[in-house]
Design a protein around this ligand. Structure first.
Ligand code: ATP
Ligand code: MG
Length: 413
């Protein structure tokens, strides 16, 4: 893509009233647009990042047997009344609305109820199980505070998977497979080393749930981390009793701030019982299907990466999430332009995804923008590189740049 044709512009100033670093950088770089508090639109560069995250998530969910669906955003209150979750005192972040005849509807903040009810039409025997079903979709939550940019949206992108199994053993074993898949997702997204499985409150069916917490000072959560054992305990369950239960010594734990990037949960029969999702087992007996849920915020993950991997100059995407593999920057001069145009054509033919800065601007402005945009590799074509007979390749992460051949760039796809 030619940068001269990109409709979004970078800006030097932080948007008014934006207090979170992730949103400030992403707005300044033209990745997202702030509609209002907690509500953001994704622009071409931002959508590319979000789509890259979605690709990773889909691969990992499909690898553990997930089948993708796309459920409705509008919610039927009747289903939620059966589980007691239509009540605003039970779920305090509903967005509700009315049809013109007065019928109430909700906007989906989660999808246990509709999916469980839907499955009663498809699941009836032990032979139909186990199943894992997921979607990537917009969620709506009337969050009290929405000051953390993409980290806490009132409208945001979530992947939610639900498992449907026969026995507690199957539930445990799928829970572990999901935890592995989550580890893969976070390491592929470039935050594996700073993200830890964390014991958190579990609800009625299991003692704990597992959160995936990324260390970050901007995080809302406080966790107690055992670095060597690569696990942590959320403050909400941090008691002497729990430490004893987990065989953790207080003195070996660090108190740190973190962002919850994912959450996996055993639901048991909490939803299958009231919504009558049951199966007949081998002996002909009727049992409730057991369930688990596995949530991961795509937009929160994008915000968390922006928050954690950026520096004072701007964003710094890992290769796997970057909107482009390469930022090609041409520095003034007719000859330079000719050579850069030719290189852009060749890179495109070799399938390298490249953002080509073909704008009429000073080198200083172009480099400042490139730093802000945060594409991991930058290829520079200038009078100097033409004379040296190569292309200068620099990394956004820093370090020395080096002269490379065209051929070397072709492998950056
Ligand atoms: P939190 O504790 O942060 O309020 P939660 O425990 O309510 O989140 P879940 O309902 O388990 O979150 O949602 C699954 C995932 O969706 C979370 O782990 C997080 O990645 C993401 N998520 C939840 N709420 C938001 C939000 N308001 N904005 C962006 N992402 C969110
Ligand atoms: Mg939580």
């Amino acid at each position: 893509m030619r940068q001269s044709e990109l409709f979004t512009k970078t800006r030097r100033e932080a948007p008014k009233g934006e207090v979170s670093k992730n949103a400030e950088l992403l707005v300044r770089a033209g990745y997202i647009h702030k509609e209002m508090a907690g509500v953001y639109s994704f622009l071409p560069l931002g959508l590319r990042v979000l789509n890259n995250i979605a690709v990773i998530i889909r691969e990992e969910m499909n690898a553990i047997g997930g089948q993708e669906v796309f459920l409705s955003g509008l919610q039927n209150p009747e289903l939620w009344k059966k589980t007691g979750r239509w009540d605003d005192s039970v779920v305090d972040n509903w967005f509700k609305t009315k049809l013109s005849d007065g019928t109430e509807l909700g906007l989906g903040h989660s999808h246990e109820e509709p999916l469980t009810a839907l499955l009663t039409e498809h699941i009836s025997s032990y032979r139909d199980l186990p199943k894992a079903i997921y979607q990537i979709q917009t969620k709506f939550r009337n969050e009290l505070r929405a000051k953390s940019g993409l980290l806490r949206g009132r409208e945001f992108m979530m992947k939610d998977m639900y498992s449907f199994v026969r026995t507690p053993e199957e539930l445990d074993s799928f829970h572990e497979r999901a935890a592995e898949a989550y580890k893969n997702i976070f390491s592929r997204a470039g935050i594996g080393e700073r993200t830890f499985r964390t014991f958190a409150s579990g609800g009625s069916f299991s003692k704990y749930s597992d959160e995936f917490q990324m260390l970050c000072d901007a995080g809302e959560d406080t966790i107690y981390l055992h670095r060597e054992r690569e696990l942590a305990v959320n403050r909400e369950v941090y008691t002497d009793e729990v430490l004893l239960d987990l065989n953790l010594d207080k003195h070996e734990l660090e108190e740190v701030r973190a962002i919850e990037v994912g959450n996996i949960f055993k639901l048991g029969n909490r939803f299958s019982e009231p919504l009558e999702l049951a199966f007949t087992d081998e002996t002909g007996g009727k049992k409730p299907v057991l369930m688990g849920c596995y949530g991961l915020g795509l937009s929160r993950l994008m915000g968390a990466v922006a928050e954690a991997l950026s520096d004072e100059k701007g964003l710094r995407w890992p290769k796997t999430l970057s909107p482009f593999a390469l930022h090609l920057v041409a520095i003034a001069g007719e000859k330079v332009k000719e050579s850069a145009e030719a290189l852009y054509g060749k890179l495109s033919r070799h399938g390298v995804s490249v953002l080509y800065d073909d704008r009429d601007m000073s080198a200083g402005q172009k480099f400042a923008d490139a730093d802000l945009l945060g594409i991991p590799y930058r290829a520079i074509v200038s009078q100097k590189t033409l004379e040296a007979g190569g292309i200068e390749l620099a990394e956004r992460a820093g370090g020395v740049s080096r002269m490379v051949s065209e051929k070397e760039l072709f492998s950056l796809s």
